[in-house]
Design a protein around this ligand. Sequence first.
Ligand SMILES: [Zn+2]
Length: 283
Amino acid sequence: MSLKRLSFWVLFAVAALAACVTTPVSQRQALILIPFSQEVSLGRQAYGEVLKKEKVSEDAHLTEIARRVARRIARISAMPNLEWEAELLDSKQQNAFALPGGKIAVYTGILPVCRNEAGLAAVLSHEVAHVIARHGAQRMSQQLLVTGALTAASISLATHRDRNVIMGALGLGVLYGITLPFSRSDESEADEIGLVYMARAGYDPNEALRFWTRFAAEKKGESPPEFMSTHPADETRIKQIQNRLPAALREYQLAAEKLGLGETFDIKPEPDRSRGEKTRPKD
Ligand SMILES: [Zn+2]
């Protein structure tokens, strides 16, 4: 048996053993070959890489808002004990992400679309849901099986070959020039969990529907937002959120603290991108 064949069967055996992981909240069965500790470590490393490239915002007030929204969602999540951390990054990019290990970033460019704390909570609770459901680890595991090139023990950001796969799997592909959207079912699951989390954190879930509608309108510009390329807000998605609202509103009624929409952001809207102003990728 060739070495390649052998490694395939070893992977297959490992996959069979590890196949029965149940994700928190939605209780879906998922194939995860990456140990949780490694997932956390890769998330931290990726976060460090992004922070090295980006400029942290000097707006103390908006940073505090981003952090408190993140904190409130993290607290009621299925993984409250991760080392949660959030930064506001000064960039026109309309983007936000959360990584395994609890590392969150919000780009100032998305704040006008969020419009208020509840709008930001809609984005962050969705992103935190990807972490809780371990979608990044699932995608890395799929890559392990597809390519056979990576082995769970050795995957590392330091290896050029693995880097794009890891960044893409964690939802950071857009920042690294590769678009790798989450699957429709991952998106749907993150929406479902996110809507409940937003409500439990004390934010009016009605704003999620308004956020995704505003966000869909942004698509009409010449260059769609970064967040859009991995999170298309189509009619099906918006309808699904609409259908899930009653359940989320029941959660909101039970929330210990009700903040409604929270604070509204006092930000001038971004200039119309369709008139030629484009975000240049960072060097
Ligand atoms: Zn998503």
